[in-house]
Ligand binder design. Sequence first.
Ligand code: KIV
Length: 277
Amino acid sequence: MKTVNSFQKLKDNNEKIAMLTAYDYSTAKTLEEAGIDAILVGDSLAMVALGYRDTYIITADEMKIFVKAVSKGARNTFIIADMPFMSYNINVEQGMENASKMIKAGASAIKLEGCNKYILTLTKRCIESGIPVLGHLGFTPQLMNTIGGHKIQGKTAEMTEEILASAKKLEEAGCFAIVLELMPSESAKYITENLQIPTIGIGAGNECSGQIVVTDDILGKYTDFAPKFVKKYADLHKVVLESVSNYKEEVKTQAFPSKNESFELNPEEQIKLLSND
Ligand code: KIV
């Protein structure tokens, strides 16, 4: 997938959109090789790659470095940069300035959380300036402190209608797709069926137009916590732990490096070297 139009094409062709996160060059390269439809440089990297307590701490300038690395690794994949907490909430100019940093770092689009009058204005301004916007509704981690924790959204028909109303506003403002996070499958299905643009689910069942998850979660690499909606496709933590333990053992016992991993001085030079003693 190379352009923003590919999202709508996939939805219209009834093909699910498979997205993943990436924060570094080599992961991005592998995702591109696997044919992942689009990559999100999510602000989840604050916790997963930088070990921050939550995603509140990361800044746009820090995000920029990861966007650069990912865009170098996946030159032919559509890359979306997450706008971190408070990098777009002060005023439209601040939002535009930070959005432009992400595009200059190599992203093709940005993601904004939530939907209020201000977000709608910023979304329109970004799109008018040539920056496509991915919306994000349902559980929005940047509002976690006001929501009061990781809470499932859209748990009633009324709450689902409210999310749909916001989604319609984002669609009207020009978002090319909307992430729906942490809600019952039926709610996400209802919202998806009532929108023209695609929805990308995370913990929102399999009736969305596509899915996104944190790559480190599905690879079993990030072990601090595992949300219920994550399926583990590998246990990289185990693989890495075993490998580095073996390496350590082989260094201690001098099994590594062996002749295979070493360079040899030619015999003449060896004699000269010894005769210098
Ligand atoms: O930060 C992130 O990784 C996200 C998710 C939607 C995966 O926002």
